[in-house]
Design a protein around this ligand. Structure first.
Ligand code: SER
Length: 637
């Protein structure tokens, strides 16, 4: 190293040390202070105010339905900023700051079976702060992110620093160990013994989905105390045996883009993406074992106690599952999702039906979900007004799903019991400890039991489900119904490409008039008419139907070209093409688009130009099933 360079490094180090020490002196000691008891709304406000004071722009929560259609839900605060983090978009170029903060609604369906413990929820809120790109406008990276996190937790929330554990990335073949973060934490007075290193599973965050921005992360964990622990000597952050030490804040240092081949490509900019578990921090601040005992859940828990003769203390897990699932359902429905057998609708159906089944365990009376939904709406109406404005829809969807499931639940449970008892009697033969896929499929098909629910019930009885056979049965069933449909289309050209193109125009028009939540749920085309099923919660007014009809006819008049392109499924989804049953598409797909009005993955055939269609006329609008409407339409010459 040249002398000049060495001097420069020494000076920079000194400067860094000086600013770290200066900041350390600004931190409260953090050991004698006790966390202030705090209501949820106060915590949200405190967080956003803190970052606003530090020149961050407060951004509203984005919806639970992410703009990136390769994933089902928004699971992290950064999703709405992923293109900024990748450097693909720069909407902040005219702003004085490139710092953002938000409180984001999130939903994680992967965690459904963990719900009931102290730390997992399906729906939850994530507090976060971001610094996009590092080079200008006072942006920050590791040093700034760590400084803000400590300042907020210690000075604002008065958490005891001596209860913190820190995790950092251990490094691997491609990405080196995060020595820099380790040094910064130590400079801020976190002792070396409290800093633990982990591999990529814990400390290399992202991407959301298969490709996207990611980077090494450093997490703050909080020791809740001996009473929550496993008592093992080596108990620490990420302990596999207990939840004594919980992760509360994840600081991600975004530097890479993971591509389709799994390679980490260095981004041209470095950014900070942090996420703090709102529910977890609130429970710590209120000195409660979990969020279920805080103002976010307690009114729901108390309502459940009123609706059955059981007590929360003796039935914690069941109460928590019901409370979590009703909250998740309220938020999903408020955004226009409906229970169904595909994608997000299937997740919604699963949690609603799971809540109903758990309701049986504590002998809650049918209809018990409605007062619980009302409580949830009360808790959140001032923070997320959509739960209040959609109250009628939320209650209707829940009530209908409950009624539907109640009709078959008892019979299904009886059937399950009969099957499991049979297996148990015969259990001298080990193979018979598995519930066959055929039985599980029958429970799904005839009684509306989601596969996961049957699996969970089986587990409770020490049994397993033959999932592969279940999937085979499901496939067989789908093939039979598809064959039925094809038969209708077949018979030498009965299927009308004109009506097929009109169906795409109708889909586009419905989404434009009623909102982007409208999704195709089914389609049937004959030589005479089209029939289109779509998710929507209520009857359409005659004005709405007229608007839809007029818009389709306008597009026909414009004589637009129907463009056909081949591309990978990923490209198609990324370009915003609508997909029906995403998982059933091959890797290469055909996309049909009618300028920017309609873009769908589809096997065709279609006409060449919309001008060929004639006049579009809706002849009927009716309910197809709960939350699904049906339109029948024709083309007149
Ligand atoms: N993206 C990170 C997470 O989801 C931090 O926001 O944990």
């Amino acid at each position: 190293m040249s002398l000049l360079l060495e001097v420069l490094v020494i000076l920079l180090r000194r400067r860094f040390l000086k600013s770290a020490l200066y900041f350390a002196s600004k931190l409260d000691s953090g050991s004698n202070s006790s966390p202030s008891i705090m209501k949820s709304s106060e915590l949200r406000k405190k967080f956003l105010d803190f970052f606003k004071k530090n020149r961050h722009i407060i951004t509203p929560s984005s919806p639970l339905l992410p703009s990136d259609s390769t994933v089902l839900f928004t699971t992290a605060g950064m999703q709405q900023f992923s293109q900024y983090l990748a450097g693909e978009k720069d909407p902040l170029k005219d702003f004085k700051t490139r710092h953002l903060t938000d409180c984001q609604k999130c939903f994680r369906s992967d965690d459904i079976e963990e719900v009931g413990d102290d730390t997992h929820n399906t729906f939850f809120e994530m507090l976060g702060n971001w610094s996009i790109g590092q080079d200008e406008k006072g942006n920050y990276f590791k040093q700034g992110a760590i400084k803000y996190a400590l300042e907020f937790l210690i000075n604002e929330l008065k958490l005891d620093k001596n209860r913190f554990y820190i995790t950092i990335f251990r490094g691997d073949k491609e990405i080196s160990r995060d020595n820099e973060s380790e040094k910064i934490w130590q400079k801020y007075d976190i002792s070396k013994e409290r800093i633990k290193e982990f591999g990529e599973e814990d400390n290399l965050w992202g991407p959301v989905g298969e490709v996207g921005v990611c980077g090494p992360n450093s997490e703050i964990h909080y020791d809740r105390g001996k009473e929550f622990g496993c008592g093992r000597k080596d108990c620490g952050p990420n302990c596999p045996y207990c939840k004594r030490i919980v992760e509360i804040w994840n600081l991600v240092f975004i530097q890479y883009y993971k591509d389709e081949n799994g390679n980490f490509q260095k981004l041209s900019q470095k950014s900070v993406d942090t996420g703090m578990g709102f529910e977890r921090v609130l429970a710590i601040l209120e000195n409660k074992p979990s969020a279920y005992e805080t103002d976010l859940f307690l009114p729901i828990i108390q309502e459940i106690e009123k609706l059955c003769s059981k007590k929360y203390e003796e039935n914690k897990k069941t109460f928590r599952i019901i409370a979590d699932h009703i909250r998740g359902s309220v938020f999903l429905i408020s955004e226009g999702f409906f229970p169904s057998n595909v994608e997000q609708g299937y997740v919604l159906r699963r949690i609603l039906r799971r809540a109903i089944r758990y309701g049986k365990i504590i002998e809650a009376k049918p209809g018990f979900l409605i007062p619980l939904a009302n409580k949830t709406i009360e808790i959140y109406k001032n923070i997320y007004p959509e739960v209040f404005s959609k109250q009628a829809d939320i209650l209707t969807v829940i009530q209908k799903e409950e009624e539907k499931f109640e009709k078959t639940l008892e019979k299904g449970l009886k059937e399950f019991k009969a099957q499991s008892s049979k297996l148990k009697v015969q259990n001298h033969n080990l193979k018979l400890k598995t519930i066959s896929g055929k039985v599980a499929f029958n429970l799904y098909q005839s009684f509306g039991f989601p596969l996961e629910m049957t699996k969970e019930m089986a587990k409770g009885e020490g049994l397993e489900v033959d999932e592969r056979e279940f999937q085979e049965e499901l496939k067989k069933h789908q093939e039979i119904s598809r064959a039925g449909k094809e038969k209708k289309f077949g018979g030498g050209g009965k299927f009308s490409p004109k009506l097929h193109t009109a169906t795409h125009l109708l889909h586009g028009a419905l989404r434009e008039i009623l909102g982007q939540k409208v999704k195709q749920m089914g389609s049937d085309i004959t030589s005479e008419r089209l029939r289109f099923d779509f998710s929507f919660e209520r009857k359409l007014s005659s004005e709405e139907l007229k608007k839809v009809e007029d818009l389709v006819n306008k597009k026909i008049k414009e004589d637009l070209e129907i463009k056909q392109e081949e591309m990978s499924l990923r490209q198609a989804l990324n370009s915003g093409s609508l997909a029906f049953f995403k998982e059933k598409y091959p890797k290469k797909v055909t996309v049909y688009s009618i300028n920017s009005f309609s873009k769908e993955i589809c096997a065709g055939p279609h006409v060449k130009r919309t001008g060929e269609l004639g006049k579009f006329k809706i002849i009927k609008e009716e309910s197809s099933s709960s939350g699904i409407r049906r339109i029948k339409a024709i083309l007149e010459k």
